[in-house]
Design a binder for this molecule. Structure first.
Ligand code: ARG
Length: 604
């Protein structure tokens, strides 16, 4: 982390130098520096190092204190307890270090790049063709988008893959039905039907919803036919065979389903304020050409075996309730390929063609067994080795207020669009309440309502660890108090309002000024941003970023309580230095929220 300019890094360097001087025989002496409540930092590494060197820990700690250069960076350092070190940095060092970040020429607020960036393929936002998107798809999209942004910001090369469900036997029934009822997918507004290649822009105004409601109606009608009409069932099954054989007319009809669904997907992603690029949508069908070879390779290498007519991979530790092994089926006894064959082919593509070092899958925890078996199979086949890692970023279930899986009162899955619309409605009401004071126009109220509503949904999802289930509670999500996105958005807007009111006074660091306790606390927290972002990028844990930002906003609130920014009683330098602190806080909030995919309006 060569370019880190944080206090932590500087203090770490100083202590390591002193430790190495005190223990010349010990290589890589790590002081184990942590933030602390008692001082600014605490070094916890002396005890273990002393034990190794057969020295008295308090003596060793005292030697370090003697050797450390004091004054410019380290203000106070003292031995505490059995051999800890308490370190307090100078106010000057805090302001100077922050000033360096604020003027970072790379405009990254001093956030360093990963030491050894590589290529990550991230599989996220993967809805299914001809099906409504639900809250599970929301989680994959929101978490995946945040992880993707964080990785890119940290310098990783990221390839996005939206593994949409666009293949399978259900298409036989759909295609056959549409052939027999050719107008079922027609739009009511003729100008909307012209071409879907521009689907990216075609969201917004009901077009996507209309596409989905047509698809829904068709799906239900086809299903009813399929279940009640034996002859239709036979025709539908024949259609599956045609589809798999690549019959051009059948494929053309299939393509209509995919295109219509994409119009719908894009409208939802647009509502989610999320950029999904058509070129990154490589659905299950995208791997069709590889399936034969994938199975052949697995069979030839002995990784897969035939069992009861199916090509299977077995695992010692995967057993069903009856104690019998449960295999991963790569080719079914009817000759068809399933979900697993597609995922195994996708791994080959991602590792061998896209040259991924890391494969990430943002998928529901209920698919964990599937991925465990798929990854293990790929390892046995040699497609994944020590150089490449595959990891499922599993997420938990979205629960209703009652703690049960989120359903409508009628027991149906909640439509994602309805949910987002409701969040936006509530957020708009919250925005409107304060709009008069800020002087917002109707247009601005609507725009802010969207940013706050969608932000609330994203933040609620991202602020708890992904593996945990979370309660979908709109009242809590748009609350102005507590750990919510709107609290953070207000913190940002409040700073912008101060900056607007500051007149000629500009943010300007004055390292010569002594800092008030609330200024120090805010400054020390700001200082951690760079290391935190890298930590979040390495561990794929956006919730830690959310927690950091919430703490930052809380420090800002305390700072306002204790320190006036624009007061006539303040000397000019104090005003400038405080403006500098709040401005850097706002820029950090903005950058952090952007990494989570959440907007920060200037006026709220
Ligand atoms: N379309 C699937 C679903 O809705 C998720 C796909 C996950 N990605 C994958 N490579 N299997 O459940």
């Amino acid at each position: 982390m060569a370019s880190v300019t944080s206090l932590t890094a500087h203090v770490h360097q100083r202590l390591t130098a002193a430790l190495t001087a005190a223990l010349p025989e010990t290589a890589d002496a790590d002081p184990l520096l942590r933030r602390s409540d008692r001082a600014d930092f605490q070094a916890n590494g002396i005890l273990a190092l002393a034990k190794k060197a057969k020295a008295n820990p308090r003596d060793l700690a005292a030697q370090v204190v003697d050797r450390v250069v004091k004054g410019d960076l380290i203000g106070e350092i003292e031995v505490s307890g059995p051999g800890f070190l308490n370190v307090t940095v100078t106010d000057r060092a805090i302001t100077e270090t922050l000033a360096a970040r604020a003027t970072d020429p790379a405009e990254r607020l001093g956030v360093p790049l990963l030491d050894r960036p590589g290529t990550t393929v991230i599989d996220y936002a993967q809805p299914n063709v001809a099906k409504e998107m639900h809250v599970g798809h929301l989680r994959s999209a929101v978490i995946g988008d945040a992880v993707m942004r964080i990785l890119e910001f940290a310098g990783e090369t990221v390839v996005r893959r939206h593994h949409i469900g666009d293949w399978g036997t259900q298409f036989g029934m759909l295609i056959q039905y549409l052939d027999e009822h050719p107008h079922e997918l027609d739009r009511r507004t003729p100008e909307d039907t012209e071409g879907t290649e521009g689907a990216e822009g075609a969201g917004g105004t009901g077009t996507g919803e209309e596409a989905m409601s047509n698809l829904n109606r068709l799906y239900k009608a086809a299903r009813t036919h399929f279940d009640s009409d034996e002859e239709f069932k036979t025709r539908a099954r024949r259609r599956v065979v045609d589809l798999q054989a690549g019959d051009p007319a059948t494929l053309a009809t299939w393509q209509r389903f995919v295109d219509e669904s994409k119009v719908y997907f894009f409208s939802v992603f647009e509502k989610l304020d999320m950029e999904i690029r058509d070129a990154d949508i490589v659905g299950e069908s995208g791997y069709n050409d590889m399936l034969d070879e994938t199975c052949r390779l697995l069979e030839e290498s002995g990784v897969a075996q035939w069992s009861e007519g199916a090509l299977c991979v077995f695992f010692d530790d995967v057993k069903g309730p009856d104690g019998n092994p449960v295999p991963l089926i790569v080719k079914k006894s009817d000759g068809g390929y399933g979900y697993a064959a597609t995922d195994l082919s996708a791994i080959r593509n991602r590792v061998l063609d896209l040259k991924a070092d890391t494969l990430l899958y943002v998928v529901d925890a209920r698919q964990s067994l599937h991925f465990k078996m798929v990854f293990e199979t790929a390892r046995r086949a040699g497609w994944l080795d020590g150089e490449t890692t595959a990891r499922q970023l599993a997420f938990g279930t979205v629960l209703g207020k009652d703690g049960k899986p989120f359903k409508t009162r009628e027991g149906e899955t909640v439509r994602l669009v309805d949910l987002l619309d409701e969040a936006i409605d509530r957020a708009t009401a919250v925005v409107r309440e304060k709009a008069g004071k800020v002087g917002l126009s109707e247009e601005e109220i609507a725009e802010n309502g969207r940013f706050v509503g969608v932000g609330a949904v994203k933040y609620a999802d991202l602020s708890t660890s992904a593996v945990r289930d979370y309660k979908f509670d709109l009242d809590q999500m748009v609350s102005l108090n507590g750990d919510t996105s709107v609290y953070l958005q207000y913190a940002y807007a409040r700073v912008q309002s101060i900056l607007r009111k500051a007149g000629d006074a500009r943010p300007q660091a004055h390292p010569e000024l002594a800092l008030a306790p609330a200024e120090r606390a805010l400054g020390l927290h700001l200082d951690q941003f760079g290391e935190l972002v890298l930590d979040v990028a390495t561990g794929y844990e956006p919730h830690k970023l959310a927690a950091y930002l919430y703490q930052l906003a809380s420090h800002l609130t305390t700072f306002y309580d204790q320190c006036q920014v624009l007061s006539d009683a303040n000397p000019k330098e104090v005003v400038e230095n405080r403006l500098f602190l709040v401005d850097l806080t706002a820029r950090t909030l903005h950058q952090g929220m952007a990494l989570l995919g959440i907007r920060t309006p200037d006026r709220l």
